[in-house]
Design a protein around this ligand. Sequence first.
Ligand SMILES: C[C@@](CO)(OP(=O)(O)O)[C@H](O)COP(=O)(O)OP(=O)(O)OC[C@H]1O[C@@H](n2ccc(N)nc2=O)[C@H](O)[C@@H]1O
Ligand SMILES: Nc1ncnc2c1ncn2[C@@H]1O[C@H](COP(=O)(O)OP(=O)(O)O)[C@@H](O)[C@H]1O
Length: 284
Amino acid sequence: MKLLMKAPAKINLSLDVLGKRPDGYHEVEMVMTTIDLADRIELSETTDGRIEIISHNRFVPDDQRNLAYQAAKLLKERFKIKQGVAISIDKAIPVAAGLAGGSSDAAATLRGLNILWGLQLSMDELADLGSEIGSDVSFCVHGGTGLARGRGEKITRLPAPPNCWVILAKPSIGVSTADVYRNLNIENIEHPNTAAMVKAIENQQYKDICSHLGNALEKVTLNMHPEVMHIKTQMEKFGADAVLMSGSGPTVFGLVQHDSRLQRIYNGLRGFCDQVFAVRMLGE
Ligand SMILES: C[C@@](CO)(OP(=O)(O)O)[C@H](O)COP(=O)(O)OP(=O)(O)OC[C@H]1O[C@@H](n2ccc(N)nc2=O)[C@H](O)[C@@H]1O
Ligand SMILES: Nc1ncnc2c1ncn2[C@@H]1O[C@H](COP(=O)(O)OP(=O)(O)O)[C@@H](O)[C@H]1O
């Protein structure tokens, strides 16, 4: 049997870091939402018991380092599954971009194998398992919009934000999440207002969402990679309503409601940036 799964990217509308934990991770508060930029994952049952990764993207590992591989291994071992699976990854989400592509592939693999192997696990149980693979996997299991706490694995669902376009531009550099957290100075963080962002979403106030976009990691990545600042400035200049870096970066996203302005921003960015996308939020 074969199963085709959609693995959407996320953006962080708000990302706050509250402190460093004894386990080396950081305590965070993040408002995240999935967007209609997605990898496609095809899961095919095999009888040889092996887990195989098929990917034609040179930045995506095709062995046990792949987060989708780790998701399959976790379920196979925990539930003593004899069958194998071939996982084919058709990559649309830029890699190491702050868009959780790898985490979303892992989440889609968990959701898909839950069906293929008849495990009957709830979304909460799958999200708990996902947190063993990476901090963003729990959110990606649920998708939609959510408030993430802890190291990112404690999820409270939120309603869909009001309709708007999301324009993404990824400079041609990859950023290591671990490096960004390592270079963060805990004493000198500009904290976004998470509660105000949650309220803006609950009240469907697009303008308030725009004014409360904020990311405590942005300054760190901007210092490491000045080209990210250039993209931010250009996106603002071309007329986005609000602009922010997603996650640990380097992808920058802009929000805009009017179609005419969307075209202008898209064309302007394409003039100097190879990877530009205009997508919708997926909502709840
Ligand atoms: C920054 C964020 C925001 O959504 O996303 P990305 O930019 O990676 O998309 C996440 O916090 C990233 O989540 P994820 O990429 O799953 O992180 P993990 O694999 O768990 O951790 C990678 C490394 O980041 C650091 N890390 C991660 C999460 C966290 N709350 N505190 C940390 O200090 C740790 O050094 C860890 O070794
Ligand atoms: N399925 C996957 N897709 C992309 N990258 C993966 C995957 N599995 C493991 N990786 C590794 O994870 C790293 C971070 O990838 P990604 O999830 O795209 O970035 P981010 O954490 O910035 O959102 C990559 O450099 C890559 O080596």
